[in-house]
Design a protein around this ligand. Structure first.
Ligand SMILES: Cc1ncc(COP(=O)(O)O)c(C=O)c1O
Length: 355
């Protein structure tokens, strides 16, 4: 079967057949340069703000995709830009999963949005639990997989556990899982393990999610990426809102790409802080274990997560209580903050101990 046929069989038939909405700017693209735009019912008098926001943005964020493509050694046709990578998760489910018929496979404990978006779409979630040490169980994946398993979500580094899934496991899934393998690399910039982007050529069913929200420090802008075979990117483009990314976010993300050196320095600092925080936390009596992390957070097993969570809140420090997640009893997930944030956290925990 050709790669295209293999991908086509995975798409919901109604989506495959869908003629997407064509925005005014879609139709205009490629024609002679124009200076009078009377095609989109915008306000030609401009905006009440200093900057003119009166025109709809480029639906395909071309300059941003070109800059990202150069950075990643890909072509712009392999890139989808979303309103956060959460949008890509939602669109993948809507494009590939037939409600009440298809299923997705996840590896709990993992990022919550895969199951939430599946529930919104009325798609069954099958769970191949991680082992207690958070390593994956390939047999468990295949036990729950059948011919209606359309998406396998693999989060690496994983949220909330912080570890990467071994490359050998990712390759085994890419070789054997019958649907799309979505590798969520939201935290990859903090990790020693290389991205799987280089596998895109070999594995047409691979989708890689990345984001500007973490290492790039732009969570408020809501800009995320899906990298995949151009056929998959076209399907996502077909069903997205026409102008899913606003003009400010697109422009600011592009500007940030010019300051990659500063971002790299920030990643270095956060990794050093991660090690310092892990060391300081592990010295505290109310900490049982600090799990190794390849991300910008630490999963920490404590003596009493509910109590420590509440005590930190009372000090104005908010962490994430994960005690009710599988294998995470009494665990807090703590983002590695600025050096000053981390000092405050450590001091608060030390005081808690003295109290
Ligand atoms: C694993 C993972 N994927 C995706 C996201 C969503 O990122 P975005 O801000 O790009 O929507 C998060 C956010 O916390 C995450 O932890």
């Amino acid at each position: 079967m050709s790669a295209r046929n293999d991908l086509e069989r995975l798409v919901r038939p109604n989506i495959l057949a869908l003629a997407p909405y064509r925005s005014a700017r879609d139709e205009f693209q490629g024609l002679a340069p124009a200076s009078v735009f009377l095609d989109a019912n915008e306000n030609s008098l401009g905006s009440p703000l200093d900057e003119d926001f009166s025109r709809y943005p480029d639906p395909y964020q071309r300059p941003l995709k070109e800059a990202l493509a150069r950075r990643k050694g890909l072509s712009p046709e392999q890139i989808f830009m979303g309103n956060g990578s959460d949008e890509a998760i939602d669109l993948l489910l809507r494009a590939f999963c037939e409600p009440r018929l298809d299923n997705i496979v996840i590896l709990p404990p993992t990022y919550g949005m895969y199951a939430v978006q599946a529930a919104v779409q009325d798609v069954e979630v099958r769970r191949a639990l991680l082992h207690a040490d958070f390593s994956p169980d390939p047999e468990a994946v295949f036990r729950v997989t059948d011919e209606r398993s359309k998406l396998l979500f693999l989060c690496s580094p994983n949220n909330p556990t912080g570890n990467c899934l071994p490359e050998s496991f990712l390759i085994a899934m890419l070789e054997q899982f019958p649907g799309l393998v979505v590798v969520d690399e939201a935290y990859i910039d903090f990790s020693e393990q290389p991205s799987v982007l280089s596998f895109l050529e070999k594995y047409p069913r691979l989708v890689v999610l990345q984001t500007f929200s973490k290492a790039w420090g732009l969570a408020a802008l809501r800009v995320g990426m899906a990298y995949a075979n151009p056929f998959i990117i076209n399907i996502l483009n077909k069903i997205k809102y026409p102008y899913n990314l606003n003009v400010s976010s697109t422009r600011l993300a592009l500007q940030a790409l010019d300051r990659a050196d500063e971002v790299q320095a920030g990643i270095g600092l956060l990794r050093a802080e991660r090690a310092r925080l892990a060391w300081a936390l592990s010295a505290l009596p109310q900490v049982r274990e600090v799990f190794p992390s390849e991300a910008n957070f630490l999963l920490v097993r404590t003596t009493d997560a509910d109590r420590i969570y509440a005590a930190l809140c009372a000090e104005g420090i908010v962490v994430r209580n994960r005690t009710r997640e599988l294998h995470c009893e009494n665990c807090l997930r703590i983002t590695v903050g600025s050096p000053a944030d981390n000092d405050r956290l450590i001091a608060a925990l030390q005081n808690l101990n003295d109290a």
